[in-house]
Design a protein around this ligand. Structure first.
Ligand SMILES: Nc1ncnc2c1ncn2[C@@H]1O[C@H](COP(=O)(O)OP(=O)(O)OP(=O)(O)O)[C@@H](O)[C@H]1O
Length: 319
């Protein structure tokens, strides 16, 4: 059953259309990642969903209730829908505990104490509760910001690249912890990012946004195997253009390397990665450079190789 319903939402800034006719339905507790490059309209969309920006057209409903925008509502925003972005602001002179407690001031003391303690435990922040934000790492500060947003038990959490200040290891850990926590709480989540890897750590369900338009929506397997455009295909891996064939591409993992054949090239670069060597191969035909996986780490820079592939692996991408 639909819980969050976004109907024909659009936004123009002066004459520039930042978001075109966007519709989406999410069930309670569903997770979705929206992936798009910088300027594709991700933040604009989230701010309108949260009721923090006036839209040019369309409506957002949470359950039966219309989400009013700042022109319709005296105090913009809702406790039920919380938006967290990378430039979160903690109160610098308040402790971790006080920061998490801030949104709860209208509740009675007993409830506040219980809620804050629970969040401190859930986020592993019990030992840091008396510290000031500047005495925490970036990851811990980000956890405090998220715990603060969750204090009022929002039904919907909107995450606008909130992990971009963190290093890769911290980020992976936080996304993993957050995923478990949010599933347990039954929160409905929309995560926007330009990084497909981050998106896939949180959710399998993806929507790809480009220049304010939805280009594809589905699970990661569908999008990886049947991308509708080069942009979607390239989010998953580089793609290699097949010489003398229009709009036909291969992923690095779908090319097989042999010592004889027709399509010939030379290895010009090699990167050692966890599961395979990634080779750059200059093709004899047209001098194209292909990126190809070498899972058995057989080839070296300078080697001559022949490239083979199965027809069913060819991606035909017109745009
Ligand atoms: N206040 C504004 N006035 C005019 N144009 C704006 C304004 N805010 C955003 N835009 C434009 O709207 C488009 C979408 O911006 P938005 O910030 O929503 O994209 P984004 O996908 O979140 O980008 P990023 O990943 O860089 O944050 C961009 O072209 C941007 O320049």
């Amino acid at each position: 059953m639909t819980f969050l319903s976004i109907r024909h939402l659009s936004k123009s800034y002066d004459f520039h259309v930042a978001l075109h006719d966007f519709s989406l339905e999410l069930a309670r507790g569903e997770f979705l990642s929206i992936v798009g490059e910088s300027g594709s309209g991700k933040s604009t969309l989230l701010r309108m969903i949260a009721g923090l920006m006036v839209q040019s057209g369309g409506e957002v409903f949470l359950g039966e209730n219309l989400i009013e925008n700042p022109a319709q509502k005296l105090v913009p925003g809702y406790d039920e829908i919380k938006l967290i972005h990378q430039d979160y602001q903690l109160f610098p002179n308040s402790t971790v505990e006080e920061n998490i407690n801030r949104p709860l001031l209208q509740f009675d003391t007993k409830y506040r104490e219980q809620r804050v303690n629970r969040l401190l435990i859930q986020f592993g922040l019990e030992n840091y509760k008396d510290r000031l934000p500047r005495q925490l790492s970036g990851g811990q500060q980000q956890k405090v910001a998220i715990a603060q947003a969750l204090a009022v038990e929002p039904e919907v959490l909107l995450l606008d690249e909130p992990f971009s200040h963190l290093d890769a290891i911290q980020k992976r850990k936080l996304i993993f912890e957050l995923k478990e926590l949010l599933k347990e709480m039954g929160t409905t989540v929309i995560f926007v990012t330009h990084d497909l890897d981050d998106a896939l750590r949180l959710t399998d369900s993806l929507l790809i946004l480009q220049k304010g338009k939805v280009v594809q929506k589905g699970n990661s397997k569908d999008l990886c195997e049947h991308p509708k455009s080069r942009y979607v295909a390239r989010l998953f891996s580089p793609i290699n253009l097949i010489p003398d064939r229009f709009n036909s591409y291969l992923r690095p993992a779908d090319v097989r390397l042999r010592t004889r054949g027709e399509l010939m090239g030379h290895v010009v670069d090699l990167r050692y990665l966890v599961h395979y060597n990634s080779l750059l191969i200059r093709l004899r035909e047209g001098g194209h450079i292909w990126e190809v996986d070498d899972p058995i780490r057989k080839y070296q820079v300078g080697d001559r190789v022949y490239l083979h592939f199965d027809e069913e692996k060819v991606l035909v991408l017109k745009s």
